[in-house]
Design a protein around this ligand. Structure first.
Ligand SMILES: [Zn+2]
Length: 369
């Protein structure tokens, strides 16, 4: 072999990076908001197309208004502010359908095999006074189309916003229950955790649970473990959105353990909302090693400028999880999915095989099975 042929052969060898390994892994995302998944290109392009009034139609000028950027203070309410401008975008059926379709497409491209995509019908409906039913219908149809076009399964979660008031919450809950057989698998409580406790919504969440929906509640994010306690004991949550501040109270840790409650952890979001000061001090590893059922998710990919692959990189390089811990956390995601038992078993088998794990009894959750 000549010298140049040898060097050419050497150049063909490619060191596989950690990112590439993680990108290729099958993934499960249980906590992703549709309203936080808008591609910036789509925002600018479709806004111009549909005559949405925006301060600019230039992506770089829009970026700091809808995405956390360098120099932004990491603060919970500031993070929520980013969604206000985004609400203007839902100006017509095409815009809502496009966002829903692209959110699923982007997850599939990141090798997410099962996605639970949550959306707030009231947020999508409010700008143009659409009905909650019609916006839900548009999301369901677009998501079904995206599922057929890509290699991904999607369950929808309807979000009740804490700060939209009781009357809206009632209507949103009814819509979620009505769509139970058409793709909606769960009900979520989201929004401003600081000023709006969960208790006023208790009867709605119990009604949804009785109707067969999974219950997940944002808690223990901006507020402490007392909100996690409330979510479990008053709202009957099966899963907690974030829940990272559970670690601050050992009684609540024990309650979460005993009930087999899954925590939907989203590290980059936690950093940007100021819940943790740095990734190095994120409690994910401690929660996992205490035996809690932690899962890893994105929250708002476009607002946080992240992907699930990015979150896996963060979990290993920023937080210090091992590869096997990460794989177990992916399996936690499968087991905490709001899927019927048979579908869950199929997904479990497929993902475990792709991760090189066996679905042994030690991974089984007594609570779920
Ligand atoms: Zn969230």
């Amino acid at each position: 072999m000549t010298q140049s042929a040898k060097s050419e052969q050497r150049n063909q060898f490619h060191t596989v990076s950690l990112r590439e390994i993680l990108q290729a892994m099958p993934k499960v995302d249980l906590h992703r908001h549709l309203e936080g998944s808008l591609r910036l290109e789509t925002l600018a392009e479709a806004a111009r197309e549909h005559g949405v009034d925006l301060p600019s139609y230039d992506i770089e000028e829009l970026r700091p208004l809808v995405q956390v950027v360098d120099g932004d203070p990491y603060d919970f309410h500031r993070f929520l502010e980013k969604f206000k401008l985004l609400r203007r975008f839902y100006s017509c059926r095409e815009a809502v359908e496009r966002v829903a379709y692209e959110a699923v497409t982007d997850a599939a491209e990141d090798n997410v095999q099962y996605l639970e995509l949550r959306f707030s019908p009231a947020s999508l409906a409010m700008t143009q006074d659409f009905s909650l039913d019609e916006v839900t219908d548009w999301v369901v149809q677009a998501v079904n189309r995206a599922q057929r076009d890509h290699n991904i399964a999607v369950g929808l979660i309807v979000s009740v916003m804490r700060d939209f008031g009781r009357a809206v919450a009632e209507n949103v809950t009814e819509v979620a229950i009505a769509y139970r057989d058409r793709g909606v698998v769960g009900l979520d409580l989201a929004g401003d955790e600081v000023h709006y406790p969960g208790k006023p919504f208790a009867d709605l969440f119990r009604r949804a649970k009785a109707a067969g929906l999974g219950i997940t509640v944002h808690a223990g994010e901006a507020m402490g473990p007392e909100r996690v306690y409330e979510a479990i004991t008053v709202l009957e949550a099966d899963r907690i959105g974030h829940g990272v501040r559970t670690i601050e109270n050992s009684d609540v840790v024990q309650l979460v353990l005993r009930r087999g409650i899954a925590l939907e952890v989203c590290p980059t979001s936690n950093l940007q909302t100021g819940v943790v000061r740095s990734l190095g001090t994120h409690p994910l590893r401690d929660l996992y090693r205490l035996g809690l059922r932690v899962t890893l998710n994105t929250d708002d990919p476009s607002v946080s400028n992240t992907t699930l692959t990015d979150e896996y990189v963060v979990a290993i390089q920023g937080i210090g999880l091992t590869m096997i811990e990460l794989k177990n956390i992916i399996m936690n995601g499968v087991r905490a999915a709001f899927l019927p038992p048979r579908e869950k078993a199929r997904l479990e088998k497929r993902v475990a095989k792709a991760l090189g794990l066996t679905t042994s009894a030690r991974f089984r959750w007594r609570f779920w099975e």
